[in-house]
Design a protein around this ligand. Structure first.
Ligand SMILES: [Zn+2]
Ligand SMILES: [Zn+2]
Length: 100
């Protein structure tokens, strides 16, 4: 695990999030070899909850189109306000003295 590397979600642009690969044109719609984007888990889940694979492949097959879609832009507005405040990062900030 590389903890120094900060992953960025290409949709909400939050940093330090866990990202997953999203096929802009779903594989089921023939997008196997087409562009992919890295999305954080909430964004990825949201996209698939809002749209069918067919919708994604036909209408929302670029990041720009996704961002402009009304439902997503409303969601983005909300998640950006959440920032990282509600997301607990697994980090042990306490320094313990170890005796050997
Ligand atoms: Zn995101
Ligand atoms: Zn996806």
């Amino acid at each position: 695990m590389n903890l120094t590397e900060e992953k960025v979600c290409e949709l909400c642009e939050r940093k330090g999030v866990e990202t997953t690969v999203h096929h802009l044109v779903p594989k089921e719609e023939g997008g196997r070899n087409m562009a992919t984007v890295n999305l954080c888990i909430p964004c990825h889940r949201q996209i698939h909850a809002l749209y069918s694979n067919r919708d994604l492949g036909l209408r929302l097959n670029t990041l720009e189109k996704l961002k402009k879609d009304e439902k997503i832009s409303r969601y983005l507005h909300w998640i950006k306000k959440q920032n990282n405040e509600n997301i607990i990062r697994i980090k042990n900030s306490r320094e313990r003295r170890m005796k050997k």
